[in-house]
Ligand binder design. Structure first.
Ligand SMILES: *[C@@H]1O[C@H](CO)[C@@H](O)[C@H](O)[C@H]1NC(C)=O
Ligand SMILES: *[C@@H]1O[C@H](CO)[C@@H](O)[C@H](O)[C@H]1NC(C)=O
Length: 311
């Protein structure tokens, strides 16, 4: 009898443990905000974070902050070195216990190409679904415009007017690090410190980039059809201008045909998704976000958590 009771107790302890493990049934989510924004702005990413938490109770959401406070974080969206920022993010995410079984990631605007760089360069812990909204994956042919009231943005534009490829600017101005002049690709390849590397456009192709990106469960690329902030808006789908200014879709580019970063492999297995959101840059509403992002890509159960006993 004693043994029997003991077994029952062990059994229930086991069940309780399983139920506890089930509590974090959703993959955690990591957000990387866009230019002019911060990790926690209650008008934008802060609101999105809260909305995800209300929609999927118990989910862990981590919003990336560069630097030690929101002010530094906002500045870091204009000034700094993206390569260093990505390395710091790799370190932070690796050290977060809540993320150790992997996570879903959403990058907003320039945060889209930056979080993709995390996947390609680090991916430890690994990203399950990657969603980018209005990202500039193929670069921008013009620097983004600024609202009159945005002093930091206007400062960025002023600094840039001294030449995006000058030594001083290209290492310190974030937007210069994904600027691509279609009429001057040689200079771009030689001088841009971020985008040619992350898109494997240089002579040396880093195979890890392709391997890591192709390991995603889904890569969802959302383009804003009315976007006038990003030129071309189709950069969200990796389309870009040729020398004559014609827009060349991804599948006609070498990055795809020679599969420099794993996009072809993803597409061939139905994991690369091209989506449109019919609004201007980042002007989607929460209902769109619920129907098109949260429910299809964030609400699946984290299988890895289900049957592992956590110690
Ligand atoms: C390729 O990328 C990986 C991941 O970032 C890095 O560890 C490795 O050093 C790179 N290889 C070369 C030869 O640069
Ligand atoms: C991706 O694959 C689909 C078929 O699954 C194909 O119709 C489409 O053209 C491919 N996209 C690209 C960019 O090649």
């Amino acid at each position: 009898m004693k043994n029997y009771i003991f077994c029952v107790i062990i059994f229930f302890a086991f069940i309780c443990h399983q139920v506890k493990a089930n509590d974090d049934k959703y993959h955690p989510v990591v957000l990387w905000h866009g230019m002019g924004d911060t990790c926690c702005n209650p008008e934008s990413i802060g609101k999105i974070r809260e909305f995800i938490q209300t929609s999927l109770p118990g989910i862990y959401v981590y919003s990336i902050m560069i630097g030690d406070d929101e002010e530094e974080d906002k500045k870091a969206g204009f000034f700094g070195n993206v390569n260093q920022q990505v390395s710091k993010v790799c370190e932070k995410l690796k050290n977060d216990e809540n993320l150790r079984n992997g996570f879903n990631a959403i990058g907003f605007s320039q945060g889209g190409q930056f979080i993709r760089a995390y996947v390609q360069r680090c991916n430890d812990p690994p990203v399950h679904n990657l969603i980018t909204m209005g990202a500039q994956h193929a670069g921008v042919s013009e620097l983004p415009g600024c609202e009159k009231t945005d002093g930091l943005c206007r400062l960025m534009n002023n600094v840039a007017s001294h030449g995006v490829y000058s030594e001083f600017v290209r290492k310190r101005l974030i937007q210069a690090q994904y600027f691509k002049d279609p009429r001057n690709i040689e200079t771009y390849l030689a001088k841009n410190i971020f985008l040619p590397d992350i898109n494997n456009e240089l002579t040396f192709k880093n195979k890890t980039y392709a391997k890591n990106l192709a390991s995603l469960n889904k890569f969802v690329m959302i383009r804003f059809t009315e976007d006038i902030t990003v030129r071309p808006r189709d950069s969200s789908w990796f389309s870009f201008y040729d020398e004559e200014g014609n827009l060349i879709p991804l599948q006609e580019q070498k990055i795809y045909k020679e599969d420099w970063i794993g996009l072809k492999e993803l597409n061939n297995s139905g994991k690369l998704l091209f989506k449109d959101c019919e609004t201007s840059h980042m002007q989607f509403d929460l209902d769109y976000f619920l129907q098109e992002v949260i429910l299809p890509y964030l609400s699946d159960v984290n299988q890895k958590n289900l049957f592992t006993i956590q110690n």
